[in-house]
Design a protein around this ligand. Structure first.
Ligand SMILES: NC(=O)c1ccc[n+]([C@@H]2O[C@H](COP(=O)([O-])OP(=O)(O)OC[C@H]3O[C@@H](n4cnc5c(N)ncnc54)[C@H](O)[C@@H]3O)[C@@H](O)[C@H]2O)c1
Length: 254
C-alpha cells in the first residue's frame, strides 16, 4: 500500500471516537497497518478501515492498567511484527477546582490522562528501540499550556503530559525514538457534543466554545487534528521531537 505511512504499524488509543478515530482512519488511508485500541467499540473503527481496503485489528484496553497496555503492545508486535507509531489519544475531561474535586476524581483523571502516557511509553519504547526507530505522540491540550476556570485536575494532567513528552524525547532521541505531543483547543468530537447536551442551551454553549478559538471563531474538526498526528507519525517530521504542537484556531493568540 502506498501513502505517507506506507509500511508502518501504528497503534492508536482512544480509537473508537473523536480524534483517535479520525486519526486511525487517516493513518490507514495513508498506508499504515492500524491497531485500534479503546475501552469498547474499537472494532467499529477497524471495520471501517477494512471496508476501505486497509489492514487493522481492534484491541480492548483500559490504558490505566499496566498489564492491558503491555498486552496491547505485545499483540501488535506478534501480529504485525513491529511497532513504528503509538498515538496515545485516549483521555477524559474533568471539571472542578481543588476544593470541589474529589480525591477519587483527581486520581482517575491523572490515571487516565497522564499515567496512561507513562504506561504506553514504558511498554512501547523498548519495541521501538529494538529497531532504532519510532514515533510516540501524546495527546495533550491547550489546557496544558493555559489554565481554565474549574478544570484543575484536567489542566494539571495535560500540563504533565507536555513535560513527560519532552523528558522522554531527551531520553530516547539518541536511540531513534521521537516523542511529541499535540495541544488542540475545542474540537468537535462526540465528547464535546454530549457535554453540550447537558448544558441549558446546547447551541449557545457550542457557539461560545467556538468563539473561544479566537482567530477562526469555529470549532476544530477531528480530521484537522488527525492531519497533525499524521505529520508527526510520518518521516516528514524526522527532525521534530520534544515539541508541544498547538492546533487551536487562535485560542492562545488572544
Ligand atoms: N475535544 C476537545 O475539545 C479536546 C481538546 C483538547 C484535547 N482533547 C483530548 O483529546 C483526546 C481525545 O478526545 P476526544 O474529544 O476525541 O474524546 P472522545 O470522548 O470522542 O474520545 C476519547 C476516547 O478515549 C477513550 N478512553 C477514555 N478512557 C479510556 C481508557 N481508560 N482506556 C482506553 N480508552 C479510553 C474513550 O472510550 C473514547 O473512545 C483526549 O485525550 C482529550 O482530553 C480533546
Amino acid at each position: 500500500m502506498s501513502g505517507r505511512l506506507a509500511g508502518k504499524v501504528a497503534v492508536i488509543t482512544g480509537a473508537a471516537s473523536g480524534m483517535g478515530r479520525a486519526s486511525a482512519l487517516l493513518f490507514a488511508k495513508e498506508g499504515a497497518k492500524v491497531v485500534a485500541a479503546d475501552l469498547a467499540n474499537a472494532g467499529k473503527t477497524t471495520d471501517e478501515i477494512q471496508k476501505g481496503g486497509g489492514q487493522s485489528f481492534a484491541v480492548k484496553v483500559d490504558v490505566t492498567r499496566a498489564q492491558e497496555v503491555k498486552a496491547m503492545v505485545d499483540s501488535t508486535v506478534e501480529r504485525y511484527g513491529r511497532l513504528d507509531v503509538l498515538f496515545c489519544c485516549a483521555g477524559r475531561v474533568s471539571f472542578g477546582n481543588v476544593v470541589t474535586v474529589s480525591e477519587e476524581e483527581w486520581d482517575n483523571v491523572m490515571d487516565t490522562n497522564l499515567k496512561s502516557m507513562f504506561l504506553c511509553a514504558k511498554y512501547a519504547i523498548p519495541k521501538m528501540v529494538e529497531r532504532g526507530v519510532g514515533s510516540l505522540i501524546n495527546m495533550s491540550s491547550v489546557s496544558g499550556l493555559v489554565a481554565g476556570v474549574d478544570e484543575a485536575a484536567y489542566d494539571a494532567s495535560k500540563a504533565g503530559i507536555i513535560l513527560l513528552t519532552k523528558a522522554t524525547a531527551l531520553d530516547f532521541g539518541p536511540k531513534g525514538v521521537r516523542v511529541n505531543c499535540i495541544c488542540p483547543s475545542s474540537t468537535d468530537t462526540p465528547y464535546l457534543r454530549n457535554y453540550a447536551k447537558l448544558t441549558p442551551d446546547p447551541k449557545k454553549f457550542l457557539d461560545e466554545t467556538a468563539n473561544q478559538n479566537a482567530a477562526l471563531k469555529r470549532l476544530i474538526q477531528p480530521e484537522e487534528v488527525a492531519q497533525m498526528a499524521l505529520y508527526l507519525a510520518s518521516d516528514e517530521s524526522s527532525a521534530v521531537t520534544g515539541t508541544a504542537m498547538v492546533i487551536d484556531a487562535g485560542y492562545t493568540a488572544l
